[in-house]
Design a protein around this ligand. Structure first.
Ligand code: FPP
Length: 306
């Protein structure tokens, strides 16, 4: 189930004519220079894109496949890990902007299960250290922005020290009522589905056996790692690749896909807003005809009656 903070969106304080808390909104009356109520903390380029957005139609959950760190580093004749290090600033900017504009949920694909198996040990170790440093350093920013940190993925397979840091950061932010930031770590969508099936079978065993098991979409959703999140409305992939790479395969069934050529270390809040702008231009049809056609069956029926 979606928590009240998610269902209702963020409850940012409105303040007139002054920048107060980092996520508060600033409103100016029609006589003053600014005509709109805008979230505090956005820079000029972000404000420009934000002013074109329809605030009532912001995605409730955005998922991002952060890609292109290695290519960013190679173009600068740097080791791959320099790209990962630079990617942390992109994480910070994206998370802050998403929270500032009132996105209820943001999920970042940080490390896939496959990353562990297919990358050199030294790179994996570096990513682990980077994650621990990020978790230690960012708790304060997360709290300042009222962000609650969560994780998806097979956490128990990660090094113990990393699990420890993850749990400390999670606990330090658990009282926050704003955006839920979910890091996908050692995550694989197929493994998630396997784990959901196992969990379903175990639940059935505890409740009278398989014959009592009622399987439907809602039931499967309740056994996924994302059981407390709405399905993403928008998935963003950086660096131009047209793949989902085993990310949230069940949950992305109706998501709008936005692929940008920008490499992850060059991605910032403004690029997030551009992705949202593109999302708002799309017509979401959920298998229907959309637009004018949506009423066509009813119209045909009415005409047939005449
Ligand atoms: C993909 O780029 C990126 C990763 C596998 C790691 C993502 C990690 C970060 C963005 C930094 C740390 C994140 C957190 C949450 C602290 P790639 O290496 O596959 O790039 P390439 O396709 O250009 O080689």
């Amino acid at each position: 189930m979606v928590g009240p903070a998610l269902a209702a969106g963020r409850s940012n304080t409105k303040v007139s004519g002054a920048l107060r808390a980092r996520n508060s909104y600033v409103s100016f009356d029609s006589e003053s220079t600014l005509r709109h109520t805008v979230p505090a903390g956005l820079n000029r380029r972000e404000l420009e894109v934000y002013s074109r957005l329809e605030r009532a139609r912001l995605p409730q959950h955005i998922a991002i496949i952060m890609d292109g760190n290695g290519r960013w580093a190679r173009r600068r004749h740097l080791p791959r890990v320099a790209g990962h290090r630079a990617g942390v600033a992109s994480v910070r900017s994206t998370v802050e902007t998403a929270a500032r504009i009132g996105i209820p949920a943001l999920t970042l694909y940080a490390f896939s299960e496959e990353n562990w198996k297919k990358r050199p040990r030294s790179e994996v170790d570096f990513l682990m250290r980077l994650l621990c440093r990020y978790l230690k350093a960012e708790v304060r920013t997360l709290n300042d922005n009222n962000i609650r940190l969560e994780y998806i993925g097979r956490k128990h397979e990660l090094p113990e020290q990393v699990q420890c840091e993850m749990e400390m950061a999670r606990q330090a932010t658990q009282e926050n009522s704003g955006m839920v930031l979910t890091l996908a770590l050692n995550y694989s969508a197929r493994s998630e589905i396997v784990d959901a099936f196992r969990s379903l079978a175990e639940a059935a065993a505890r409740n009278g056996g398989l014959s009592h098991l009622k399987i439907d979409e809602q039931m499967i959703g309740e056994h996924l790692y994302t059981r407390d999140l709405p399905d993403p409305d928008l998935v963003i992939r950086t660096s131009g690749e047209m793949r989902l790479s085993n990310f949230l395969l069940w949950q992305l069934a109706y998501a709008e896909i936005y692929v940008t050529q920008t490499l992850w270390p060059d991605f910032r809040g403004v690029q997030l807003l551009e992705g949202i702008e593109e999302y708002q231009k799309r017509e979401r049809r959920y298998g229907g005809l959309g637009g004018d056609h949506e009423h066509a069956p009813a119209r045909a029926l009415a005409e047939a009656k005449h």
